[in-house]
Design a binder for this molecule. Structure first.
Ligand SMILES: [Zn+2]
Ligand SMILES: [Zn+2]
Length: 293
């Protein structure tokens, strides 16, 4: 498989001379199978540049997996130009809407309501299909097997495992390792911790042995102390999970919007020093970075 990062920023696009190296676009990943089947994960603003490239490859058949429907993972979708052109085929996959119980189609339809956007969803010329997916319900996209795993975030958020051509990838979307809401001296602490440990063991099992793991690492350990329960991960929690799951390569993504290139470089240098013997490669995700695995 081949992976290309088109957006690695969390929460809000952050174009700035100081974020130019890693990039300011929000989440979007392009995955190509060995047969060149196209799987996209998330439609943050990064999808706009990907779409420009897809215009040279029409007609396209794209399968777009949505981890969750927070703005930074969908707000590039109305600017994914192939949706306006007849002959293209796009299939959107994602979880049901938490509020209404409706399917993933609600996201694009609402985003393209006239109050927000000049063209309505029912005016799109491409052949568009929506598939609402459920946790652990495995499905196929061409030769690829996709497994959605429900992960801890303040809305339904699926991590997706993709297995194809003997290779494997897992992307968490936004994810905070489950946190014990009790203090160690509370009566309920031990029981709650058991539930968390079981949950984490299930997640480790789902990720087990993947070639490429891409994780939400919004915060440093220091920042996390003030941002517990925001639904995002840390560099160290990602390294710990990758270690338990025995992955081959870990990518840090969903960079904090105010984080400059220099700060990301400094964090990375420190991690390389602290985890020199961790036994797998870890890398800061960067726009346009390509990985073949
Ligand atoms: Zn996000
Ligand atoms: Zn989110």
């Amino acid at each position: 498989m081949k992976l290309k990062f088109w957006g690695v920023r969390g929460s809000i696009p952050s174009p700035d001379p100081e974020t130019n190296k890693y990039g300011g676009n929000t989440t979007c990943l392009e995955i190509r199978t060995n047969n060149n089947d196209l799987i996209v994960i998330d439609g943050g603003t990064g999808i706009h540049k990907l779409a420009q490239e897809l215009l040279t490859q029409m007609p396209i058949n794209a399968h777009i997996l949505i981890t969750h429907t927070h703005w930074d993972h969908i707000h590039g979708l109305p600017f994914c130009t192939p949706i306006y052109i007849a002959g293209n085929q796009l299939t959107f996959y994602g979880g049901q809407d938490l509020i209404t119980g409706q399917g993933i189609e609600r996201t694009l339809t609402i985003q393209m309501q006239h109050s927000f956007f000049p063209i309505e969803e029912n005016e799109l010329q491409a052949d568009i299909t929506y598939k609402t997916v459920k946790a652990h319900e495995v499905f196929k996209i061409a030769d690829a097997t996709i497994t959605p795993i429900l992960l801890n975030h303040p809305v339904i958020n699926f991590g997706y495992r993709i297995d194809c051509d003997g290779s494997s990838l897992f992307f968490t979307g936004d994810y905070e390792q489950p946190l014990n809401i009790y203090e160690p001296e509370d009566k309920a602490y031990a029981e709650f911790q058991m539930i968390i440990d079981e949950r984490v063991a299930e997640i480790v099992e789902s990720i087990k042995g993947v070639d490429v793991l891409i994780m939400d690492t919004s915060f440093t350990d220091e920042e996390y102390l003030l941002k517990k329960n925001w639904g995002h991960g840390t560099y160290t929690s990602a390294i710990e999970l990758a270690q338990k799951a025995e992955v081959k390569k870990l990518f840090f993504t969903h960079h904090e919007p105010t984080r400059t290139d220099t700060q990301l470089d400094e964090i990375y240098e420190q991690l390389l020093h602290d985890y020199a013997d961790v036994g797998f490669e870890f890398i800061m995700a960067q726009e346009r970075l390509e990985v073949i695995f």
